[in-house]
Design a protein around this ligand. Sequence first.
Ligand code: NAP
Length: 308
Amino acid sequence: MAPIRVAIVGLGKIARDQHLGAIEATDGIELVAVASRHAKLDDIACFHEIGDLLASDVKFDAVSLCTPPVGRFEQAKAALDAGKHVMLEKPPGATLSEVYALEKLAKAKGVSLFSTWHSRAAAAVEPARALLAKRKIRSVAVEWKEDVRHWHPGQAWIWEPGGLGVFDPGINALSIVTRILPESFHLTRSELTFPANRAAPIAASLSFETDSGVPVSAEFDWRQTGPQTWDIRAETDEGPIVLTHGGSRLFVDGKSAIVEEDREYRNLYRDFVTLVAESRSDADFSPLVHVADAFMLGRRIQTDVFED
Ligand code: NAP
């Protein structure tokens, strides 16, 4: 099969940090264009925005949307309407209704929609899922604490409505938990801490319960300096199963079982190539459902103003 000719839309931090290198390293896909209002690449067709790209004579098969979630719907819709396969950065959109509309449109157009969850592509996630399927789980605790100034320097959109605030990283944890637990779960308590000058939370404290009543807690905080914490700990009848470093390391019953270098985005592009080849979509929006619930049930707590 000829390689998929992909265009990146939104040449910002994640596109440069991960997507460019992952496309380069993946068989079956090649970068042919970029659409970004303030950024360009040498030796690649560059456009101001997706409408200009779609109106051009550049031949391409797919777009990878690396823009912020608010505004991504219009870009994805335009690409799907034009018969292009679409890969969405996480979170897949700003609202639930828009992402379900995209899923429907992709189906109607007969193209692939890939709603990516890069943390699910981390090395320890599938092994943890297999282990948890065989054990009795007593409780699950998520701790996802990082320094917003380091990971999102100067990003204004992330503090606006739809930017998700601390759920921008927190949804990564939820994407792992929704994958590794053998049963579904629902939110029972949500406390959201908002800086006095911001429209999105800087911290969240959540409680969930699985279908059989297993408690799941999650603490998200964007104010952690120094070492960063991206841990998920499941207590089971046979001992703890712990994912650390965002899902790239696994400890089983206190012993290190997996330590792997980061391959998340290479895994995502490999999966995208497979989805397109098999004319399939992968659109699981369950992490975004839990985030929406956290806002619906959230008790608002105000804290100090936040300045970059
Ligand atoms: P970013 O650095 O702000 O880059 C996004 C790019 O999208 C911008 O450079 C901008 O390029 C374009 N854009 C189009 N419309 C925009 C708008 N209304 N406001 C701001 N930018 C707009 O953001 P990012 O960190 O790459 O995040 C993009 C997506 O990747 C988010 O969904 C995020 O959750 C996800 N992600 C980020 C990270 C990370 O570590 N930062 C990690 C994993 C996933 P032009 O101005 O040139 O059009």
